[in-house]
Each structure stands twice: as C-alpha cells, then as structure tokens.
Design a protein around this ligand. Sequence first.
Ligand SMILES: Cc1cc2nc3c(=O)[nH]c(=O)nc-3n(C[C@H](O)[C@H](O)[C@H](O)COP(=O)(O)OP(=O)(O)OC[C@H]3O[C@@H](n4cnc5c(N)ncnc54)[C@H](O)[C@@H]3O)c2cc1C
Length: 441
Amino acid sequence: MFTKDEKAVSLSSEPTDEGPVIASGVITAASSKQTDEVTSTQETKCCVVGGGPGGVMLSYLLARQGVTVILLEAHKDFDRKFRGDTIHPSVLEVMAELGLAERLHQLRHTKSYGPTIQTAKGPIRPIDFRRLKTEFPYIMLVPQVDFLNFMVEEAKQYPHFQVRMGALVHDLIEADGVVKGVRYRDENGIHEVQAVVTIGADGRHSRIRHLSGFEPIKTSPPMDVLWFNLPLLPEGPPVQGLFARFGVGRALILFERVDHLQAGYIFTKGHYQELKAAGLDALKRSIVEIEPRLENHLNSLKSWRDVTLLSVESSRCPRWYKDGLLLIGDAAHVMSPVGGVGINYAIHDAIEAANVLTEPLKLERLETRHLRQVQRRRQWPTQFIQGVQAFAQKQLAARVLNSSGPPKLPLLVRWLLKVPLVRDIPARLIAFGIGRSHIKL
Ligand SMILES: Cc1cc2nc3c(=O)[nH]c(=O)nc-3n(C[C@H](O)[C@H](O)[C@H](O)COP(=O)(O)OP(=O)(O)OC[C@H]3O[C@@H](n4cnc5c(N)ncnc54)[C@H](O)[C@@H]3O)c2cc1C
C-alpha cells in the first residue's frame, strides 16, 4: 500500500476525539500495489467500516436476516472516553422490537426522565419524558463501550456476522467507478474485503467519506464542551438524572452515572486555548461560580488530561452514496450535541439501511437506487432536527454564552413551557425525533 516513507496509517489504541490516529499522507491504490502485499482476501455481501453505534447496529441487523457482513473497527476494543452514552426512547423501543430491551436493561445504567435546570428562582423541569406515551419514558445512560460490546455479542450469535478489531481501513477497492470493498491494515499486514456494498460508518472524521470525494457542508454551533468525571459526594446538587445550571457566559450540565457524575462545561466556541492558558484552577473557580456545591468534587480534577474537549460541529453531506457505497451516522451527518441525539440518528440510519438493503442483498439485486432510497428516508429527519438544534442554539446557547449577567430563560421558551399542547414538543423531538424508523424485517 505504501512506500516505506508513506506508511501513513498508524493504529492507536488510545481513543481520541479525532477517532483512530490516521496520519495525513495520501494513500493511493497505485502506491499500495508497489510495496505492501495483500495477505488475505475475503468476500462478503456487506462490509461495514466503523464499529460505532451505527455500524454495530447495521451489522447486527443484517446478520440477523442472514446477510453476510464483516465489521471492521480500527480500535482494538470499543472503549471510548466521552463518546456519548445516551440511548433515547425511540432506540429503546427498537431494542424491544428486537427482543433485546430486557437484556440491555441488565447492563449497569442510570435513567434521566428530563433535565432539572437550576434557576435563580429554584429548579424547573422544562422537559419531562414521563408525559410521553412510551414504554421507555427516559434516556438510558449506559457506557457506550458496554452498549457496543452488548450488540456485538448479540451479533456473534449469527453465523453471517464477522468482526475484525484493530482493522484500520485505508483504501477503497474500486473498478469502473463502482466501490467493490476496502483494504485494511492490522498487525498482520494488509487485507482485502470484497463486498457488494461498503458502508462508511466511520464517524465524523470518516476516511471512507474522504476517499469517496464527498465534502460535508459544515455549520459551526456557537459553543464547545469540556467533558470530565466527578465523584458522587453527598453535598452535591440534586442531579436526578440530568442537571443544568447557567453561569455568566458559561453553562454546566451534569449526568448522574452509576458511580460518578459526568460533567459538561459549555463555553463559547474557540476559547479552549484561552481557558487552558488561564489554568485548571481558573476553570475550577469558574465551575464553582456556576455551581458552588461542586467545590469538593473538583479536587478530583488533577490535570488537563482529566478533561476531554468536544469541538462542537454540525454538518451533513449533500450526498451519502455512490455505486457500491453508502455513508451512515456521523460519516454522513454530524449532529450538534443539543438534545444528545447523535447516537440515535446513527442507529436510525442503520435501521433504515437494514430495512432497505436486506432483501436486495439477499436476492443479489442491489442497485444504486436502494442506496439513494436510504439517504432520501433519513436525510429529511436529519435536516429537520439540525434546524431545530440551530434554533435552540440561537435561543438558548448563544444567549447564555453571550450574557454579561445571570441569564434568563427567553420569553418564548418560558411561554412554551406553560402551553399544554406545545410543552411536550421538545420532549417528543428529543425522545423520538421525526421520521423514526422501526424494524420491518
Ligand atoms: C466527546 C463527545 C461526546 C458525545 N456525546 C454524545 C452524547 O452524549 N449523546 C449522543 O447521542 N452523542 C454524543 N456524541 C456523538 C456520538 O458519539 C456520535 O454521534 C455517534 O457515536 C455516531 O455514531 P457512528 O456510529 O456514526 O460513529 P462513531 O461512534 O464515531 O464510530 C465510528 C467508528 O469508526 C471507527 N473508525 C474510524 N475510522 C476508521 C477506519 N479508517 N477504519 C476502521 N474503523 C474506523 C472508529 O474507531 C469508531 O469506532 C458525542 C461525541 C463526542 C466526540
């Protein structure tokens, strides 16, 4: 694949916000053939690149229907720090449709029935999932590593499923403009997977998207987030699942986890270096200004290594497919963290892809129009929710972050919270989104 100097791809077992470490050198099919030999070739109906929520769910669903699928994941395990652990009611309903909900709930988890927002006049609960008609009126907080391991173990029950860990895909196999599979590198060398369809489920920095020549349209939400863990101490604020409090130009959110608190410090986009230069103690002081009850908790933050930056972005590809290839999840569209819906949208893409592609793959009649159909069905719900997120960012986040005094909830939001017919719209949108998919096969 590479000349010796071009060994551009390296595997890192350290998960980073950037995904697996992929150096910047350009890898071409031509250069690959010159030096590194392909040590093995496998054939399958579907090759899924990326073992995040979208890729793992699609692999499970196809294998369940008897479609051969090979899942390639660059990391050697599914452990990820702060990649989102939220499973929303719409996905829980799908898990019930698959007969997996009960076993999923046996994993260590907590539940959030809606955020408690601490205001100067006391706590308010603007969103209450318990008012929704669903068997699962809550967001389940389960470590993503546990969810992914759970789904992969379930998938392994099907003989049509194979997974390769530590398999970093670096190249597409193409003939006459049609994608025919991928090449990946692992500890043993370079391997080929030849596939009827290749799925790029390799996240926000998707290499498959890059190799396909697709360029996402990006918007830049006004904030970034620092994630860190804090201990559970008796004197802390009453988190009750999910807690939020606004400061001057800053906001804090807390998730109640089984044995700790997960904290998100929200600040104006692009100010990370400034924050870091001011030092960890200044960050802690700023957090205590927002929520004084966290003073003792913050002793556990020892260095910037305990803090993970989420550079917030929102994007979508105008096109998710080409002959032999489909993008899903973050590879096709990165969702803003408003509402924490990224995982759910990746999973719903996977469900729709399985609904549309299973029969054509089984009957060996897959055409590009099927791939187009997946984009058509998933694009408008994604676009709609991204619009809602942009509105929420403008109404709430930008106001809080630009405030020079204690921020107030905007009049429109306060009004919405009182109108019975409309007050549950935000809860419904977060819990179910729109155009949600169900298991058809
Ligand atoms: C810090 C942070 C916090 C977040 N918090 C939340 C949250 O609370 N709730 C929420 O819903 N969403 C959250 N998100 C977003 C959420 O993680 C994504 O929307 C979701 O994981 C997308 O799923 P996916 O399957 O499309 O891609 P990903 O989960 O990104 O998975 C992609 C996978 O592909 C693998 N991969 C990448 N390149 C290659 C390659 N070349 N070869 C093989 N494998 C490859 C990666 O290792 C990774 O495992 C967060 C994101 C970040 C960065």
